[in-house]
Design a binder for this molecule. Structure first.
Ligand code: KIV
Length: 303
């Protein structure tokens, strides 16, 4: 049997379930919650162990995992797969799925079916859409179908080919437009909001006009939750946005370890434990070159 007996399980690996209601309670109690965009079960498990509350299967995977230049290239099936991977890796955490470009823009029925797949196949708690007020009818339809929605406002990377990547809400008029988007999307049923790349004043104006939990990325400290891309937090990227302060410096460490592997392979010293044949078996093993493989190396076969 390979299952650990319950009494020997590490309580850190079975933390309390964090769901949307937990995050609403935390927001109301002014207790900030931590979120990270990540893409695989192993990282999700470590984030769960660290106490991160929410994990986003971000469409930034198109860039950091698949190597595309834009998030527009995120494939829908891959997005669903990584969402399910986060759930398997971190079963107790709130899992948010990021709906990719064109998976919710063309037809309402298609959008509902795609969002439903994130909840069933992807086992997500909530789906995230990059949206302005014009998406309010879609958010209403999803909410009516029982699909919790997080509406992403401010800088919308999926629209960057039209709008660019510059910060938003830096003029009173633009800040007002973002606040109006947030209000319209909340009124349509959005259970959560996420705002990207805006000044603190814009964030505070959203907070003053809405009641659902607000997650921020590059949006100042006042948000209920904060999110970053895990690769940025770990210092794995060559370029980082101005709001990122890495908490580790893994890029040189990974490069150092990979160089060490290159060196070991060249030296025929891969390291680790080797397998041994059963007693007496090496002598019985003859290969076509008439050599014998022994623990010490290759010897000519006797006779
Ligand atoms: O895809 C992503 O990583 C995001 C960010 C908001 C973290 O949407």
């Amino acid at each position: 049997m390979s299952t650990q007996p319950p009494e020997q399980r590490d309580p850190a690996d079975h933390p309390e379930r964090i769901d949307l209601r937990t995050l609403v309670k935390m927001a109301r109690a002014s207790e900030p919650f931590a979120c990270l965009a990540c893409y695989d079960a192993t990282t999700a498990k470590l984030c769960e162990r660290a106490g991160v509350h929410l994990l986003l299967a971000g469409d930034s995977a198109a860039q950091v995992v698949l190597g595309f230049e834009r998030t527009l290239d995120m494939p829908l099936d891959f997005a669903i797969q990584i969402t399910a991977a986060l759930r398997r890796g971190a079963p107790s955490r709130c899992i948010m799925a990021d709906m990719p470009f064109l998976s919710y823009h063309a037809e309402e029925t298609e959008a509902l079916k795609n969002a439903g797949r994130f909840l069933t196949e992807g086992m997500a708690d909530i789906v995230k859409l990059e949206a302005d007020a014009s998406f309010a009818p879609l958010v209403r339809a999803m909410t009516r179908a029982g699909i919790p929605v997080c509406a992403h406002v401010g800088l919308l990377p999926q629209a960057a080919s039209i709008t660019g990547y510059a910060a938003r809400g830096r003029t009173a008029a633009d800040a007002r437009r973002i606040v109006d988007d947030a209000i319209a999307l909340q009124d349509a049923g959005a259970a959560m909001l996420l705002v990207e790349a805006v000044p603190d004043e814009t964030t505070e104006a959203i907070l003053a006009s809405t009641t659902v939990p607000l997650i921020g990325i590059g949006a100042g400290p006042a948000c209920h939750g904060q999110i970053l891309v895990v690769n940025d937090l770990l210092g794995m990227q060559d370029w980082k946005p101005r709001f990122v302060e890495p908490a580790a410096d893994l890029a040189p460490e990974i490069t150092r370890a990979a160089s060490e592997w290159v060196r070991r392979v060249a030296a025929r010293a891969p390291g680790g434990q080797r397998y041994r044949m059963h007693e007496g078996e090496p002598e019985r093993l003859e290969n076509p070159n008439k050599t014998r493989v022994t623990w010490e190396g290759v010897k000519p076969s006797p006779g």
